[in-house]
Design a protein around this ligand. Sequence first.
Ligand code: GSH
Length: 203
Amino acid sequence: MLLHDSIGPNPRVVRIFMAERGIELPKTTVDLRGGENRQPPYLAKNPAGQMPCLELDDGTVLAEITAICEYLDEVTPGASLIGTTPLERAETRMWTRRIDLNIVEPMLNGFRFAEGLKLFENRIRCIPQAADDLKATARERLAWLDGLIAGRRYVCGDRFSLADIMLFAFLDFGAGVGQPIDPKLGAITAHHAMMAARPSAKA
Ligand SMILES: N[C@@H](CCC(=O)N[C@@H](CS)C(=O)NCC(=O)O)C(=O)O
């Protein structure tokens, strides 16, 4: 297998996941800033033109970080970060999707349409006038999540999972591009500090 890797929070989710699962894979770095991911050689692998993707030994290419992480989880021996029962797997997917749709998407589009506009304006349809509302939406949904995970050690309760990695990697990115965590969100702030202290945060 070969991981097509780059800067950015999506590839980092996969790298953190691999670090947590003890998975080592060959990697090749794609020049995201230079737009290599939007050029034909890479588009032939991932028609979405986004990073990362995982190329399997038979040439099959997997994209979308949750799909990549789930695949790696299943083909690698060791403690699963998705779940070992139907209920655990469903809960991980429920929380991961909540984080992805409610927080990650508006946060990243808020960035792409404002601070990231120069990089993205010729790649995707950008709506600069929507940026502030998207950032506000992400903040509101993060406050909602704060209430839901209050009193929990991890997003899925006592069980560390992909949902924790997703939350951490994207909030860490947001903090670096002008969307810091509101310190009043006690559960999210504590979760972030706990995740930042794990060795996998270096990935
Ligand atoms: N839904 C995709 C999102 C991937 C994504 O947006 N990747 C970013 C890097 S963090 C990217 O490729 N940005 C550069 C571009 O879109 O040209 C996934 O789950 O993998």
